[in-house]
Design a protein around this ligand. Structure first.
Ligand SMILES: N[C@@H](CCC(=O)N[C@@H](CS)C(=O)NCC(=O)O)C(=O)O
Length: 213
């Protein structure tokens, strides 16, 4: 059994969101770095931890494994004086998490690895148009959430678990050539999130550059 919680993590993926929130909450945790290859996570024995071989997962000191980003985040902030939102805002937080996953994260997955959405190798032209469609869906989702930023943070005055999720989606927006100049609210939000010490330290440790450096 681990002495500390262990975050199972791949650089550049949505597990970065969990990492940022663990750092924000000042949790003493260990990191297990995994590698994401073209066909998924390359460490085969990881399927014993996460049945679908996805990150993030959080192994707790009692051996229990928590999967699903939103659940991990809810667990980490539970009872935390600054990160746990007041009850009336929690439904909004869930709304954002579910929406970001469905309308932003999932289209990006199709854009990033379109071939994994087909049971057999698909012709290049099919893959290209599938990918372009996914890119447009991703942009539509990111634009929608950009318009919903209450400011200064996504849900208003308070930083919440939604902010690093939206921020990581903005990183992915670099790969899809999302035009941030046309979306100043998203740019300002990402810049604000990036100023936080916890975010900087995760980026540095993972060797990821800041968004507009
Ligand atoms: N519903 C899961 C999705 C997790 C997920 O898809 N994670 C990606 C990284 S962003 C992953 O592990 N990909 C590995 C793969 O595609 O095989 C959650 O919210 O935690």
């Amino acid at each position: 059994m681990p002495e500390k919680p262990v975050l199972h993590h791949c650089v550049g993926t949505c597990s970065t969101v969990a990492r940022i929130v663990l750092e924000e909450a000042q949790v003493d945790y260990e990191l297990q770095r995994l590698t994401l290859g073209p066909d998924g996570i390359t460490e085969r024995d990881y399927a014993q931890i996460h049945p679908f071989s996805r990150v993030p997962a959080l192994t707790q000191p009692d051996g229990e494994v928590l999967t699903e980003l939103a659940a991990i985040l809810a667990h980490v902030v539970l009872g935390h004086t600054t990160l746990e939102l007041p009850a009336p805002m929690r439904a909004r937080e869930i709304e954002w998490h579910s929406g970001l996953f469905s309308y932003v994260h999932t289209p990006f997955r199709r854009f990033f690895r379109p071939q994994r959405c087909f049971p057999q190798p698909a012709p290049t032209a099919v893959l290209q148009s599938f990918r372009e469609h996914a890119r447009q869906q991703f942009h539509r989702g990111l634009t929608y959430f950009g318009h919903r930023i209450a400011g200064p943070y996504a849900l208003g005055e308070r930083f919440s678990t939604v902010d690093p999720y939206l921020y990581v989606m903005c990183h992915w927006g670099r790969a899809t050539e999302f035009d941030f100049d046309e979306h100043p609210a998203l740019r300002a939000h990402a810049t604000r999130v990036e100023e936080r010490a916890a975010v900087r330290s995760c980026l540095e440790d993972d060797g990821i550059s800041t968004l507009w450096s």
